[in-house]
Write a protein that binds this ligand. Structure first.
Ligand code: THU
Length: 132
């Protein structure tokens, strides 16, 4: 069983840094990479709305910038009523670096958690194998 409490702490802490003047909806993500190191990301919005980036994208960018490309576990948290699901684009972004079996915990700030996997979030994923 994976231990997610350190990921929750990391995701909650980075969520506080979210730049969300437009939605006011802060999201925090913590990714445990294959090495065990935890990378964090928050959403960063922009006045040109489509230029905003999701928390997942920030955490992935931090991981890749540190030289890692394999995700072992993901934790996503927001102050929603129910555990916040990753958006469609972020499911594809995570799947680039995570196999279908990789555990993902969707959570609320209040403490509700939903355990899922990359494969369940993105069934029928397009991958490089289709380009062979
Ligand atoms: N958001 C994320 O950061 N991750 C998700 O998976 C869902 C949505 C952000 C994007 C935007 O800044 C705000 O939540 C509202 O959509």
């Amino acid at each position: 069983m994976s231990e997610t409490s350190d990921l929750r702490e990391a995701a909650l802490a980075v969520r506080e840094m979210a730049y969300v003047p437009y939605s006011r909806f802060k999201v925090g993500v913590a990714i445990r990479a294959a090495s065990g190191t935890v990378y964090r990301g928050c959403n960063v919005e922009n006045v040109a709305y489509p230029q905003g980036t999701c928390a997942e994208a920030g955490a992935i960018a931090a991981m890749v910038a540190a030289g890692e490309t394999s995700i072992a576990e993901v934790y996503v948290v927001a102050a929603s009523d129910r555990p916040v699901p990753c958006c469609g684009g972020c499911r594809q972004k995570l799947a680039e670096f995570a196999g279908g079996e990789v555990p993902v915990t969707l959570a609320t700030v209040a403490g509700a958690e939903e355990a899922t996997t990359i494969g369940a979030l993105l069934p029928g994923a397009f991958d490089a194998g289709y380009m062979a």
